[in-house]
Design a protein. Structure first.
Ligand code: CTP
Length: 366
């Protein structure tokens, strides 16, 4: 964890995930550093200042070739529940700073200079017992994204919600006020549902965490998603949306154009009685992979798998240019020719380019 030599400063602490993960013997995703005091005023001399954010009291400095973010200790107030908090005081004590944090296991500080751990909330005990515990009764009301964060941490770390925390969460979910910051909810959904786990998603549905997104009832879909994603959706950034799509109503989340297209493509796919492979191919060929997986989950798994396994890789090789070269003037007839060749190729995927040309000549020459 000694990423950089900041050891000379006795007021610098590691905090949050990095301390938790080190104690658990796990690799950390990122490193959060906090300065007990005003970091902008006091830490500028540590290295080259790259950026400051006076509203939050954060500073980015470059030391020994590496950029490090340092936050000031601060207190926060939630005037508008469910939205970003207001910063109240920059440069408070660690004991005050801890109160703005989500769970006890994320509230441990480790002095960079001495290595001493500061535990104001019982985080070490909860770490030992694998429990996620909020710091106060209004924690989820202040910041409902913590409900999704709890699901993420419980999955990643194998922890459970402590009973009273669970009760607070369930009370919140039963009486949701939808005046909240959905941008933050979406960010946590992307991280959490993006972990691609049926087990996690089952909890998301059965424990009614989805109520953060829609008041409509949602049931656990019978088809698993994890396996379909592993098999067919290589490198997708939108795995989370395959899961979230099960909710059907994502109107509160601000979707990007690509995300909206995934849902639109899914809505266009109907579980029809397809007559032949050609009809299946044409229905699916230009649809987003995520949309087809969602179709598999909610509408017809067999057809979707059949398309993926048997048809998706088939492509005709001839192009409009080739048709011109063998004497066909560009015209709407091209589409008829391509359809014909595609239908033939679906029957016999081994067809070569010259087979395709011959088929055209045999069937379409005057
Ligand atoms: N935090 C919080 N409430 C939030 C987000 C963050 O209290 N809604 C606090 C927690 O103390 C958390 C720290 O800010 O540990 C850093 O947040 P983040 O980087 O999101 O979480 P990590 O705990 O570092 O977890 P990860 O392993 O995902 O990086």
């Amino acid at each position: 964890m000694d990423i950089i030599n900041l050891k000379d400063n006795p007021k610098l602490y590691y905090v949050g995930g990095v301390v938790r993960d080190e104690l658990l013997g796990r690799e950390s995703l990122d490193v959060d550093i906090v300065y007990e005091g005003n970091a902008i005023e006091d830490c500028a001399s540590i290295g080259e200042v790259i950026r400051v954010n006076p509203d939050f009291g954060t500073i980015r400095v470059k030391v020994q070739g590496r950029e490090v973010d340092i936050a000031s200790t601060r207190t926060e107030r939630y005037d508008n529940k469910g939205h970003l908090p207001q910063v109240e005081k920059i440069g408070c004590t660690l004991k005050e700073d801890v109160l703005r944090r989500d769970f006890t296991v994320n509230s441990l500080y480790k002095s960079i200079s001495t290595g001493e751990i500061f535990d104001f909330t019982g985080g070490l005990e909860d770490l030992k017992n694998k429990k996620l515990r909020v710091l106060h009764d209004k924690s989820f009301v202040d910041d409902p994204t913590r409900i999704i964060r709890a699901l993420k941490f419980s999955h990643r770390l194998g922890f459970e919600l402590e009973d009273y925390t669970k009760k607070l969460r369930d009370e919140y979910l039963e009486n949701i006020d939808y005046d909240m910051c959905f941008k933050r909810i979406k960010k946590e959904l992307i991280e959490t549902l993006g972990l691609n786990s049926d087990e996690l998603f089952e909890k998301f549905i059965n424990e009614k965490i989805y109520k953060l997104v829609t008041p409509k009832e949602v049931k656990w879909p019978s088809a698993g998603i994890e396996n379909l994603v592993n098999k067919y959706s290589l490198n997708s950034d939108n795995i989370w949306l395959i899961y979230a799509g099960v909710l059907l109503d994502l109107s509160r989340l601000e979707l990007t154009r690509k995300e909206q297209k995934i849902l639109d493509d899914f809505n266009e796919l109907e579980p029809l009685n397809f007559e032949n492979d050609f009809e299946i191919y044409r229905a699916f060929e230009n649809k987003e992979i995520e949309s087809i997986i969602l179709f598999a989950v909610l509408k017809d798994e067999k057809i979707a798998r059949y398309y993926f396994d048997n048809l998706r890789g088939i492509k005709i090789q001839i192009t409009g240019k080739d048709l011109e070269n063998i004497g066909f003037e560009p015209s709407p007839k091209y589409k008829e020719i391509f359809d014909f060749i595609l239908a033939k190729k679906l029957e016999n995927p081994k067809m070569t380019f010259s087979d395709e040309i011959n088929f055209v000549k045999e069937n379409f020459s005057d």
